[in-house]
Design a protein around this ligand. Structure first.
Ligand SMILES: [Zn+2]
Length: 171
């Protein structure tokens, strides 16, 4: 982790209390969701930093909203660990927190609304910490394919409830 990533991580760790998410953490009964439930269901994000999370790099979309909020820091930690195109945690976490930016307008708007609903209970401090993570990605070299979707997510999803702010960051 670089010193800059470390700073963002400290902001995230301070914003999210390590709480046990309400059970169950996935509601679908397919094999993959049951697997996520069995492996991550009884962990706080600071426990999930352990290898338990290793094979679950793509599992964020399967989590309930509460579990998503409770466990997101563990995924962000792994994403921040190596801000590069080779880091699958980074790639999949970005898909989970950003929208469907390159689709048609209706799809993009539906995805944005869906993400905004999912993070409706995030505190301002939590939003700020995720914004700091996303801001880091927008200036990372070799992650050009993520720059536009992330900038869009900053303006349309991870807002702080002040419309002026959205305009400021989209520049
Ligand atoms: Zn499932």
């Amino acid at each position: 982790m670089t010193p800059t990533s470390r700073k963002v991580w400290e902001q995230i760790a301070a914003a999210f209390s390590p709480i046990l998410p309400p059970q169950p953490i996935t509601t679908c009964e397919c094999e993959e969701c049951l697997d996520v439930r069995a492996n991550l269901g009884h962990l706080r994000w600071n426990d999930v930093l352990l290898p338990a999370i290793e094979k679950h790099f793509g599992s964020l979309p399967l989590l309930t909203d509460d579990a998503f909020q409770a466990l997101l820091p563990a995924f962000l930690f792994r994403a921040l660990d190596d801000i590069s195109a080779e880091n699958k945690f980074l790639e999949w976490t970005l898909y989970a927190v950003c929208g469907a930016y390159e689709e048609d307008e209706a799809t993009t708007e539906a995805a944005d609304a869906d993400r905004r609903r999912r993070i409706a209970r995030f505190t301002r401090q939590q939003r700020e910490s995720v914004r700091a993570f996303l801001a880091l990605v927008t200036v990372a070299p070799n992650l050009d394919i993520h720059h536009a979707p992330v900038a869009h997510a900053l303006a349309a999803i991870w807002t702080l409830g002040n419309s002026a702010y959205g305009i400021e960051v989209s520049r």
